[in-house]
Ligand binder design. Sequence first.
Ligand SMILES: CC(C)(COP(=O)(O)OP(=O)(O)OC[C@H]1O[C@@H](n2cnc3c(N)ncnc32)[C@H](O)[C@@H]1OP(=O)(O)O)[C@@H](O)C(=O)NCCC(=O)NCCS
Length: 169
Amino acid sequence: MDCRIRPWQTEDAENIAEVLNNKKIQNNLRDGIPFPYTAEDAKEYITAMLAADKEMTYAFAITIEDKAIGSIGVFRKDNIHIRTAEMGYYVAEPYWGMGIGTSAVKQAGKYIFEHTDIVRIFAEPFADNAASCRILEKSGFQCEGILRKNAFKNGKILDMKMYALVKEA
Ligand SMILES: CC(C)(COP(=O)(O)OP(=O)(O)OC[C@H]1O[C@@H](n2cnc3c(N)ncnc32)[C@H](O)[C@@H]1OP(=O)(O)O)[C@@H](O)C(=O)NCCC(=O)NCCS
């Protein structure tokens, strides 16, 4: 299925609230996202993304026929890590397994390397998040290692994996 990443629009809030109101998705993300997740929460997120520093935050809706069905963001780090950025994403459950996550990761990576001076994009999925690890691998990211006991999520200590895509000179 053909997907496109594009900048957020306030009108995406209702759709994205429905998508993120899903524990299977939130269980693989960082803490701090409200559950249940309302259209108001989504509006707040979209407003923050639209107002964010354009040199630091690259946030996109993942869309099918312009309907927001997911999110992908690339967030620049600071200090000596200023030329690196962390990528995070999710896709609505009904669309899993259709190649959308892989396509979105590839599109976002291409955009960042073509339009910014960022030279390293990394992602840190939980080690047991096979789908996320797989889409990173299919998008050219290399697994650089296991971050042992790197997270405390839902009452459990979890390993994470460090994946990175670097810009070739
Ligand atoms: C991770 C996520 C974005 C993947 O999106 P998607 O659109 O389903 O991804 P794709 O269809 O492009 O690819 C999924 C791949 O994972 C594989 N996969 C899925 N579940 C799997 C599992 N349990 N074990 C092994 N492989 C699995 C699929 O077979 C497919 O690989 P293939 O094309 O080689 O067959 C989606 O599952 C999601 O939103 N998960 C919740 C949030 C999340 O985990 N975000 C990432 C945080 S680091």
